[in-house]
Each structure stands twice: as C-alpha cells, then as structure tokens.
Design a protein around this ligand. Structure first.
Ligand SMILES: NC(=O)C1=CN([C@@H]2O[C@H](COP(=O)(O)OP(=O)(O)OC[C@H]3O[C@@H](n4cnc5c(N)ncnc54)[C@H](OP(=O)(O)O)[C@@H]3O)[C@@H](O)[C@H]2O)C=CC1
Ligand SMILES: CC(=O)C(=O)O
Ligand SMILES: [Mg+2]
Length: 766
C-alpha cells in the first residue's frame, strides 16, 4: 500500500474516548472507581484487640478529652467528603443525586490520584436547601474538609454560606471557587501573553450560575473593573434594571450597558468565559471580539465552542476548554486536590480569599517555568512551552502538588486560619513531591509523547474481539494507526456483532492476500536460507503465521511495532517474532516487568519472560538493559541480584552465575549501582542491611531486581497483583532491534492498549 507510511492527518495529540469505552471502564472489575483499603493489618487476634474492642477505647477516651487528637488517631485529617445533590451535573443539568455519583466518585478519585487525599462521595437526595444543609452539618467529626460539587445556583450560594458558618472545617464549593481559581490562573497568563492590562480588559461571562458568579467575583478582586465585566444567562445580558430571571447574586453583577444579547456584549470584548452549555458561542461572535481574543470555553463535557471552530474564526485567539483532550485545560481538577492538600496539612479552619489567590498565582507561575522532560514527553516533537497553546499547567504535571499546596498552606498560616502551622515549608514541598509515585507520571508522559509522535502498530491477532477493541482504543487515544492482521470480512463481522463501528484510520491486512507477502517471504529467506529454510517455507510462514507476517512488516519498515500474544503461548509468539526480528547485536533479549506500588514506589523486575536459567553473562546483560530502562523511566537504578541468601547467609548452593555476574559488572565498570547476591527483603529494605551488611554498595532500596531464574520471576510477578494492591505492567520485551511485545494470553483490552502504547514509544527510541 502506497500510503502505508502516512500518519493520520488530523490532530492526533488528542486522547478521544468513545461512550462505549467509558461505560466499559466503569463496569470493568469492581464497578465504579473507588474502594476502601485498610491502613493497619487486621490479621491476628492481637490486631483485632488493638484496632477494635478493647484497644479502640483508648483513642476514643483521648479524643473525648482533647478533640484535636482526632487528627492523630483517626483518618479525619486526610479525609474529604465530595457532596452533591446532582442539580447541576457538569453542564448536563439536573440529573439527580444518584446519576451524579460517577462524577462524585471521579472527583474522589482525582483527590487521591493527584494529591493523596482520601475522599468519599456522598450523594444527597434532596433539592431542599434546609434538608441538604441539615444532612451535612452534623458530619463534621468524620472529615477534614467538605467539597461541595455540582449543586446549581442560586441554592449553592446559600448552602455553602450556611455550612461555612456551621462547620469548623473547610467547606468549599468546587464549581465556584475551584473553577474561579483555575480560570484566574489561565487569565493572568493569557493577559500577559496578549499584552493586556487587567484594568482595561473587557470580559463577557456566559452563564450566571455557581461557576460564573465566583469567576466574576475573583477577577474583580484581582483588579478587573466591574463595568468591564458583563454576565449573560438564558435570558441574555444581565443589565442593571433587568427583572426577569434575576436573583441577588446576579443583581450584584448587573452592568449598566446597552447590550442585551451575548452577541452584542461580545462586540469588541477581550475575553470570553463560557460556563454555560455546549455550543453557546458561535464563530460570528468570536469574529466580533477584539484582536487576540481570549476564549475560555469551559462547559463540560462539551465546550461552548471547539478549539478548531474558534481558531478557524479567529486564528489569533487563545483558546482553552474544560476538557483534558485539548491543549489548555482550564478545569478545577488543577485546583481542588492541591488546595485541599495544603489546607488539610495545616488543619485550616476554612479556605479563604488569600488562599484562593495564592493558589491561582502558584498555578499561573508554574505554567511559565520550563516544563520538565517527563511532563513534556521525552523525545516528543512538540515541547510544552509557555505560550498561547500552554497557558496553564497540565493536570499530570507532578510539580503541581509541591507548588500549589505549599502556597495554599503558607497563605493559610499568614491569614491566621492554620491550626497546625508548618515550620519548614521547603521540606514540606519536598515531601509532597515524593508523596506521589513518579512512574505514574512517567507512564502518562510516555502516552503523551506517543500522541505527539504517533506510530503504526501491528496487532497481529486482528480477528480477536479484545484485540479489535484495543486497536480501536489505540486509534481513539491518538497513539497512531493500528494495523489489524486478519481477514477483513471476519474482522468486520466481529466488530458488527459487538456493535462497534469501525472508525476510519484502522488498516486491515490479510497475510495471504497482501501485496507485500512475496516481499516479506524474500526478506525472510535472505535471513534464514542458511538455516534450512527454503523460499517456499518462508512463503508458507508469512502466509500462515500472523506473528511472522506482522514481524516482517515491522522489520521491513512497513510498520513501527508489533503486539501479539493473546492466542498463542508466549514461546510460540516469541518464535514467530524471532523469525523476522533479531536482537540488537551484543544485547540480551529479556522480559522486564514494572511493579508499581504505593509502599515501595516503582520496582523493575527482570528477566520475567525469556531465560529460564540465565548464565552469568546473560544476567549481567539483563542488569545492564534493566538499568537503562530504569533511567528511561526517570529512576536512578539501584540493581540487586536476588537469591534466597544474602552474601552467603544462609549457606547453600547459591547459583555461581549470580556472583559471577556481579564480578563481570565490577570488572567492566558498570555505570550504575549494583550488588548481590541478596534476599528480596534485604534488597528492598536498607534498614536490614545497615548493621549486618554495611559493605553493601546500594545506597538505598533496590529499584531493579534481577531474578536468578524465570521460575522465581514468574512466582513474584504473578502473585504480587493478587496478594497486594500493587500493579504489575509487562513483561515488556527488551533488547530486540525492532519494537515487538508479547502480552500474556489472558491480557485484557487495557493491558493490550498499554503495551501497544509502550511498544509505540519504544519504536520512537530505535
Ligand atoms: N471547566 C471547569 O472547571 C468547570 C466548568 N463548569 C461548567 O460550567 C457550566 C455551568 O456550571 P455551574 O455554574 O455549576 O451550573 P449552574 O447551574 O449553577 O449555572 C448554569 C448557568 O448557565 C446558564 N445557562 C444555561 N444555558 C445557557 C445558555 N444557553 N446561554 C447562557 N447561559 C446559559 C444558566 O442560566 P440561568 O441562570 O438563566 O438558568 C445558569 O446561570 C457547566 O457546563 C459546567 O460543566 C463548571 C464548573 C467547573
Ligand atoms: C469540572 C466541573 O466541576 C464541572 O464541569 O462541573
Ligand atoms: Mg463540577
């Protein structure tokens, strides 16, 4: 196919998902997005006596005497309730309490993911303000803070005000203040980039509800003149004297203006804030705005205008939306996790204006700094740099927690609402940076970098349902062009039976009918003719073995990477790939697994796929390859060669290969820390090494574990995800001259997608 190497023409940076994918994600495994985990063991009778009766009486009595101790003996200090009645669910309207639950679980998940704040959703089934307030006001003892969400205006103003008066913990309506803080941060930078002065900037806000009123208040507090801010709602401009559809909060922002419609208000305006509904802003309105207009179309899930439409109407505009799949995401996810983190850590009694402005400024300033490689996506073509397409940090920026939360904590202390001040703020910021796992950010950075540099990835088992789903998800995620190997009618029939429409941009190649199969057979014959293969043997392999066909596509440059493994055993799939793709000369091919755990951070394990009993040279090669992979993930490698014994204790038959591998690396002067043999606990816990093995050369807990053989590697990586809360990614094949990955046969759609993304990333590094 002539056009084989042309990537899709549309903007592949975006990570679009389908409704079907979103439903499947929510239904998969344990339904929903949250579960509760224990922080203390409850295994023995003693554990039970300590955690429950009689032991639990002790903290109860202490807290009774001194309520502050609740922060020391319970989860209160890190626990936030996300509360809604579902009357303004995103921009979807009044869906009710139950239907708001996915958003509320989502907010709780974001609290945990981005700021390690524990959180629970409480969906309260009433639209009555008094009943709502009364159902919350008595819950204070359980929580360190209350995050109100998606409650419509004007009731939300009354509810928040009353709860703030009644409760002694922060009560924060995210749609009001979280949104205003993030929008203000983006506005500070957009004003700077377009050379404006906030005092003369004219803003039109579409919407006069929770988010809009809070935005109007904050921008005015920041110096925008009241007469330069016009609000519109479903009845048009909120002008001074209007009586229809008004309330006291709208009246407070009514402007003396002749404009009556949004279009009239926008004539010559500098800035548009959309906090209303999809499609409310038309290209004609955008065309009527001032030069270099600033457009924040923040309605969710669909903005008031899409970036493509806005740019087509006004190429000189700065455009932001509330979505994560366009550049410039102005969304309160950049605010609430970090604001609460800072407020909780100083046990703030409230979140006040000083804290909000500190958060907005910290966000704005972070966007002006150089973006570290792991955020921009290592090797990505499009670097994120302060400018019209990057006015606000990315939600996955790991620096957010160590910038925004300390700014909020400091402002709380300075404004006198901190009940547990932090003495050393620099140390606090450092501790926060380490609180989140770096690999999670690194993996998202890998995905981002693949979106910037999309690849052609062969899904060799193209007729399988889960493979088709993964290929479609790969395409929708913007990772590049999936190539399904299989019969077109079969693939279309499977997709039709599943009710999945096949999107454009997916290629299907039937090995037997492909124009290229003769070329692949000749390629294979040239490689294998001295190993007993005739041309017709090679032709048969190419025609009949999809792994061989797919690997030939990659080896001859028709594709960038191949993913397989769901229908054949690992070794058979490897054999097919190995027919066409060689190891990098001098490198060992091995499997690398990544264990991501909260407790131990990120730990790489190798070899988890290829060598049953590696000799010393192979072990040394595996260690070298693993150390290089660790560096690519942003980890400085500390490599431990594992055994049942540590430096000869207990005595036994330690495989000589381990000690010889350590010797080989020492003689050759490896440029990373390594040592062994040692047992896994000694490798992971430096405390166990300190007194008995002070000579050990590892400076901290090992983050790369080299296994003595495949049996031990399998036992470890297969049991960890079933016995603990850790995730295991891989095994990922390492050391081949072209990017190829074999997933375990039981791999699901998400695993296939992740591995395909990693394969595409690896292809970019070849
Ligand atoms: N990006 C982000 O971080 C956030 C985005 N949002 C988005 O902002 C929007 C509003 O949310 P929220 O303030 O909580 O909701 P509210 O229900 O409190 O307010 C909605 C407001 O939008 C107005 N409105 C509805 N349709 C139109 C229209 N066609 N033209 C003009 N105004 C209209 C309503 O007018 P009226 O008063 O006449 O009924 C009301 O004033 C949602 O789309 C939400 O997703 C909200 C929070 C954060
Ligand atoms: C982002 C958000 O909170 C909303 O759209 O309601
Ligand atoms: Mg909301």
């Amino acid at each position: 196919m002539d056009d084989m190497k042309h990537p899709p023409t549309e903007d592949t940076r975006t990570a679009r998902v389908t409704g079907e994918e979103a439903l499947a994600m929510h239904a998969e495994g344990r339904p929903g997005k949250l579960e509760i985990r224990l922080t203390k063991p409850l295994i023995t009778a003693r554990d039970l006596s300590l955690a429950y009766s009689p032991g639990v009486a002790e903290p109860c009595l202490h807290i009774h005497r001194d309520p502050k101790l609740a922060y020391d003996y319970t989860a209160k200090g890190n626990f936030v309730a996300v509360i809604s009645n579902g009357t303004a669910v995103l921009g979807l309207g009044n869906l009710g309490a139950l239907a708001s639950k996915p958003v509320m679980e989502g907010k709780a998940a974001l609290f945990k993911r981005f700021a390690d704040v524990d959180s629970i959703d409480l969906c309260v089934d009433t639209e009555d303000v008094d009943a709502f307030v009364n159902s919350i006001r008595y819950l204070g003892p359980s929580f360190g803070g209350i995050n109100l969400e998606d409650i419509k205006a004007p009731e939300c103003f009354v509810i928040e005000q009353r709860l703030r008066e009644l409760m002694d913990i922060p009560v924060f309506h995210d749609d009001q203040h979280g949104t205003a803080i993030v929008a203000a941060a983006g506005l500070i930078n957009a004003i700077h980039l377009t050379g404006r002065d906030i005092k003369t900037t004219r803003l039109v806000i579409n919407g006069a509800g929770a988010a809009s009123i809070a935005c109007a208040e904050l921008v005015k507090a920041m110096g925008m003149r009241p007469e330069n801010v016009i609000l519109c709602d479903t009845k048009g401009v909120i002008w001074r004297g209007r009586t229809e559809g008004m309330n006291q909060w709208k009246s407070a922002h009514a402007t003396a203006t002749e404009a009556r419609t949004l279009a009239q208000a926008l004539d010559g305006a500098d800035v548009f804030f959309g906090l209303s509904v999809k499609g409310a802003l038309t290209p004609d309105m955008v065309r009527a705005m001032a030069p270099k207009p600033i457009i924040f179309a923040m309605a969710n899930p669909d903005p008031e205008i899409t970036p493509d439409e806005a740019r087509a109407a006004r190429p000189d505009c700065i455009i932001a939306t509330g979505r994560s799949d366009y550049p410039n995401q102005v969304n309160n996810v950049l605010g609430f996790p970090f604001i609460f983190r800072g407020a909780l850590d100083v046990r703030a009694s409230t979140i006040n204006e000083t804290m909000k402005i500190a958060a907005a400024e910290a966000l704005a300033m972070l966007a002006r700094e150089d973006v570290p490689e792991e955020v921009a996506g290592a090797g990505a073509g499009k670097a994120l740099r302060f400018g019209p397409e990057y006015i606000i940090p990315n939600a996955f920026d790991p620096r957010l927690i160590s910038r925004v939360s300390p700014a909020v904590a400091k402002a709380a202390m300075e404004s006198g609402v901190a009940r547990a001040p932090i003495i050393d703020l620099q140390r606090y910021a450092r501790d926060l940076a380490n609180r989140l796992d770096a690999t999670v950010g690194a993996l998202e950075a890998i995905a981002e970098s693949v979106r910037d540099n999309p690849k052609r990835v062969v899904f060799a088992e193209g007729e399988e349902e889960k493979v088709i789903r993964a290929a479609i998800a790969f395409r929708n995620a913007g990772y590049g062009t999936p190539i399904l190997v299989g019969r077109e009618d079969r693939i279309n029939a499977v997709a039709a039976a599943l009710g999945i429409p096949m999107p454009d941009g997916i290629e299907i190649h039937n090995a037997r009918l492909s124009d290229s199969n003769r070329r692949y057979a000749e390629y294979l014959y040239a490689k294998r003719q001295r190993e007993g293969f005739l041309l017709r043997d090679c032709q048969r392999l190419v025609n009949q073995d999809r792994n061989v066909f797919g690997a030939c596509m990659v080896a001859t440059g028709d594709a960038d990477a191949i993913v397989t493994g769901t229908t054949r055993s690992y070794s058979v799939a490897m054999e097919g790939i190995g027919m066409a793709i060689d190891p990098v000369p001098g490198r060992v091919v091995f499997g690398l697994s990544i264990i991501v755990s909260r407790r131990a951070g990120t730990v790489l394990v190798a070899d988890t796929a290829v060598h049953e009993r590696p000799d010393a040279e192979t072990l040394a090669g595996i260690a070298r390859g693993s150390a290089a992979a660790a560096r690519r993930l942003g980890l400085e490698p500390r490599v431990a060669f594992l055994s049942f014994s540590t430096f000869g204790d207990p005595r036994g038959t330690i495989p000589g290969s381990i000690r010889d591998a350590v010797k080989l690396l020492t003689e050759r002067g490896a440029d990373f820390e390594f040592d062994g043999e040692m047992s896994a606990d000694v490798a992971l816990d430096p405390g166990l090494r300190a007194s008995l093995y002070p000579f050990c050369r590892l400076s901290g807990p090992a983050n790369v574990l080299i296994m003595p053989g495949l049996h031990a590697a399998h036992i470890l990586t297969r049991s960890v995800p079933r016995l603990t809360s850790a995730t295991v990614i891989g095994p990922l094949l390492t050391g081949l001259s072209h990017s190829a990955q074999v997933v375990p046969m039981q791999a699901g759609v998400n695993q296939l997608l992740d591995v395909a993304c990693l394969a595409a990333h690896a292809a970019a590094q070849k």
